[in-house]
Write a protein that binds this ligand. Structure first.
Ligand code: ADP
Length: 308
């Protein structure tokens, strides 16, 4: 039996805003499952439904084998939840917050200290500091301790690394790896495509629908087309000129580089492209074929292709 079962989930906030459209997927016990997508994709709405905070319009949804509507109180006792917005008590200290959450779940810190020890040790120097005065990364680590202190069997993490510095983001994902070792199922949402590769499986969301769902490796393997990158000194100028390039391809800026996906044979398309760049006086270097990232896959799957 899966830890989470979702069949044909729909949720609208009004007639105009359809936040989730016919969403179906399962999360297996022990998995780290990623819900990945840009702002507005429906990630928080999904998490709010699964954690029994808001009701779906329709769909068959069970969490830990319990119905989210009938059994919502039981579900709340067995899950841990780190919401997208900081939800600890800013005017309680770090230690007081942890005691508060443990007590609320009728649990004791010492019973589950082994679960949070690596994170708690980082927080110890600040245990008497008000939670509201912590840095972004430390706030999220404290929130994770509070979500774990009753040893839930399923942990919901809604954008835990949004607005967190890159070092803390990396540390946070290392911690998630150790949580998985404790047989806790994790469902985590993120707008950062690079984090997707750290999950066992991911669902890529856009505008309330699943674009694709698989292991990150398989999604990359399924990439349609051949991806090239090139470096240029003026990406904006090049993007403007690219509108006039006639080819069955998709192009987009990727940092300071241009990425171009060819959907036709590159033995003819590539020389055409190089010719086009020359004719338009575009200087560039490092025009090379590369392996796509999850971000490239997302763009490939969601972009309007320029088909001839
Ligand atoms: P994400 O977490 O991926 O950014 P959300 O679930 O927050 O996505 O939002 C999905 C869509 O639903 C967006 O269009 C958003 O504006 C809309 N939405 C979210 N919450 C509400 C709400 N309480 N009332 C009206 N619209 C909402």
């Amino acid at each position: 039996m899966p830890a989470i079962h979702i069949q044909n989930l729909n949720k609208s906030y009004s007639h105009k805003i359809s936040a989730l459209k016919n969403v179906s997927f399962d999360v297996a016990e022990g998995e780290v499952f990623g819900v990945v997508g840009p702002d507005g994709a429906g990630k928080s709405t999904l998490f709010n439904i699964l954690t029994t905070l808001i009701l779906p319009d329709s769909g068959e949804i069970s969490v830990l084998h319990k119905d989210i509507i009938k059994d919502y109180l039981e579900i709340r006792k067995s899950i841990g939840y780190l919401p997208g917005t900081f939800s600890l008590y800013p005017d309680l200290t770090v230690e007081e917050n942890l005691i508060f959450f443990a007590t609320m779940y009728k649990s004791r810190i010492k019973d589950n200290m082994s679960l949070i020890r690596p994170i708690w040790q980082q927080l110890l120097p600040f245990k008497n500091r008000y939670a509201g005065k912590l840095s972004g990364g430390m706030k999220q680590k404290l929130a994770l301790c509070c979500a774990l202190i009753h040893k839930p069997s399923l942990l919901f993490l809604d954008e835990p690394t949004t607005g967190v510095d890159p070092v803390s983001r990396k540390e946070f994902w290392e911690i998630l790896g150790s949580i998985k070792q404790q047989n806790i199922t994790v469902i985590v949402s993120t707008p950062y495509m690079d984090e997707a590769t750290l999950c066992d499986r991911i669902a890529l969301f856009k505008d309330g629908s699943i674009v694709t769902m698989d292991t990150p490796q398989q999604i990359i393997q399924n990439f349609a087309g051949t991806l090239y990158t090139l470096r240029t000194s003026n990406i904006f100028n090049l993007l403007n000129i690219m509108k006039h390039f006639s080819c069955n391809c998709t192009f987009y800026p990727y940092g300071e580089n241009l990425h171009i996906i060819f959907y036709e044979n590159t033995s003819t398309a590539l020389p055409q492209f190089e010719n086009f760049l020359k004719e338009n006086h575009q200087s560039y270097d490092h025009l090379t074929q590369i392996t796509p990232t999850i971000e490239d896959c997302f763009i490939e799957l969601t972009s309007q292709k320029i088909a001839l």
